[in-house]
Design a protein around this ligand. Structure first.
Ligand code: HEM
Length: 216
């Protein structure tokens, strides 16, 4: 017996069939798909996004600890070696940040729990955008400062990077101010970022911290 023959052939007559308003169903489906919360929503962070988040975090922690262990005036070869390491970490942050941003453009972040007040959702979006900007601008300002100071970065001691600016001591001094202001902004923003993550975990008891740790 063919499969077609096994199908029921008796269909209720049109008068007794339940009426489905197809245009209303379609309108509802489209409305659900296109609310701001769902249009770009992802179920969770990808493994790659989580790895890049913590890689950038670790590199930034490394760059800060090397910078804070530098003396105010560099004298010994060990001091200059330390400064080079700081620069290499900064360049690596820039590379990892680029990968992170490219990945993020194709892989949206999951939405915050719907219980999160709207102002907090907006603050999170704004501060994340600012964090992304800072992880580019800080290494960039350091790189330009180094170039204006006439000191070429040789990445990992093997790859000489171009000098985009001519030597200019005054400009190097100004860029140093910019670099410092940006890192201070990053420190303030990161403190808020970490406090917010801890609040989500211990006060709101939601999954926001767990999902960036890959434990969701
Ligand atoms: C140190 C450098 C750090 C930077 C530059 C940074 C930056 C960012 C950015 C840009 C996002 C948004 C991710 C996206 O939408 O693609 C994010 C998410 C997140 N970060 Fe960080 N972060 C850092 C460290 C930390 C630390 C130390 C913690 C926790 C103790 C943390 C907890 C979180 C959490 C929980 C999220 C997810 C928020 C959500 O799901 O909406 N971050 N981080």
């Amino acid at each position: 017996m063919s499969i077609l023959a096994a199908r029921p052939t008796v269909r209720p007559c049109a008068r007794h069939r339940p009426k489905i308003d197809r245009s209303a169903t379609l309108r509802l489906a489209l409305a659900i798909m296109h609310t701001p919360e769902t249009r770009f929503a992802a179920a969770a962070y990808t493994r790659t996004a989580i790895t890049l988040h913590w890689l950038v975090a670790a590199l930034i922690a490394g760059a800060f600890s090397v910078a804070w262990s530098l003396p105010e005036h560099l004298h010994t070869p060990a001091d200059f070696r330390l400064l080079s390491i700081h620069k290499w970490i900064g360049i690596t942050v820039f590379g990892a940040a680029t990968l992170r941003l490219l990945w993020r453009l194709g892989h949206p972040a999951p939405p915050l729990p719907s219980s999160t007040p709207l102002w907090q959702q907006r603050a999170a979006r704004g501060s994340h955008a600012l964090l992304y900007a800072l992880i580019f601008l800080i290494p960039l300002s350091g790189y330009l400062m180094s170039s204006a100071a006439g000191s070429q970065v040789v990445y990992l001691g093997v790859l000489p990077l171009p000098l985009p600016l001519a030597k200019d001591k005054a400009l190097a001094q100004e860029l140093f101010g910019v670099h410092q202001a940006l890192t201070t902004t990053l420190l303030v923003l990161l403190s808020v970022h970490v406090l917010a993550a801890l609040k989500h975990h211990f006060v709101d008891r939601d999954s926001v911290l767990r999902r960036i740790l890959g434990r969701e």
